[in-house]
Design a protein around this ligand. Structure first.
Ligand SMILES: Cc1cc2nc3c(=O)[nH]c(=O)nc-3n(C[C@H](O)[C@H](O)[C@H](O)COP(=O)(O)O)c2cc1C
Length: 277
């Protein structure tokens, strides 16, 4: 999982071939395992796997507005439309995608550019499909469209650690030259995928507690999408941070503070208290 964070890259062009039975079975097994995993706020999800069989009779074509090429299959899931559930979805779905990355599969979070109605019609009131992902093997050559898409969102770029990570009590930047395990955990957060690569996560360190905040992008299309897409990014950040803690074999627990410090343009989300030993 730890290495998968370094390996993962949003893949929009897939090999033009169907998934072998063995691959399908492996993916389905992992997807099923994640149905019993819960996020930090205790929500679990009913994930689904579906082949993208273009000629299948009555087959649903999920469609991707041309951004994703040759996707052999998709995985996705349903969440309640609440902030906590969407954060949990981000957390569990990213864990699922990283596990699939560790098995050699490629993926790409899709929050905005798929036809939701055609993916799953049986949604209850107040239920949403926050995101789906194609799953398969990346093509040897990427398309021009993918290249321009990556350039448009500056896909490789990340905000500096000075902006993302600060000390809780004085808002000074963290000394990232100090190669402690906690700085590595922060670097894992920095490497995370986020909607349009906006990287809304902000982390404040207070001794052995990391406080997670969101700095929302003004006018980001949460309103037109009907749900808080950037809450997914916070779940992803929590997933990456805790992947680091697991890697370094540190115990930790989640805490929701009643009176967290307020920082300009940011909203408090959740804290993680970890052991140094
Ligand atoms: C919640 C979420 C939604 C996303 N939605 C889309 C999307 O609709 N279309 C797309 O091409 N990429 C989408 N992405 C992928 C991001 O653009 C990508 O993660 C970011 O540019 C960083 O690139 P990287 O994942 O290769 O590191 C989404 C990512 C996240 C986390």
């Amino acid at each position: 999982m730890f290495n998968s964070i370094y390996k993962r890259i949003s893949t929009r062009t897939y090999k033009n071939e169907t998934l072998k039975d063995q691959d399908q079975e492996e993916i389905i097994k992992i997807v099923n395992q994640y149905k019993s995993i819960k996020g930090p706020f205790g929500n679990g999800f009913d994930f689904t796997f579906s082949l993208n069989e273009k000629n299948q009779e009555k087959g649903k074509k999920i469609g991707t507005y041309g951004v994703i090429k040759n996707p052999p299959a998709f995985i996705g899931g349903v969440s309640k439309n609440t902030e906590e559930s969407i954060i949990d979805f981000g957390f569990v779905f990213e864990n699922l995608l990283l596990t699939l990355t560790s098995k050699g599969f490629d993926s790409c979070w899709l929050g905005g550019t798929f036809k939701r109605k055609e993916y799953n019609e049986k949604l209850d009131e107040n239920e949403i499909i926050p995101a789906i992902s194609p799953i398969g093997y990346r093509a040897d050559k990427t398309t021009l469209l993918e290249k321009s898409m990556r350039k448009l969102v500056g896909a490789r770029k990340r905000l500096s650690t000075d902006i993302l990570f600060k000390q809780y009590n004085n808002e000074k930047p963290i000394d990232m030259l100090d190669k402690s395990f906690i700085n590595t955990c922060l670097e894992l957060v920095q490497l995370g995928p986020s909607a349009s690569n906006k990287q809304p996560w902000r982390v404040y360190l207070e001794e052995n507690i990391a406080h997670f905040y969101i700095e929302r992008t003004p006018k980001y299309p949460s309103v037109s999408l009907g749900y808080d897409i950037q809450a997914l990014d916070i779940g992803i950040a929590l997933c990456h941070f805790t992947t680091g803690l697991h890697h370094f074999k540190k115990n930790f627990e989640y805490r929701k503070l009643e009176n967290a410090i307020t920082f300009t343009n940011q909203e408090y989300m959740l804290s993680i208290k970890f052991d140094f030993e």
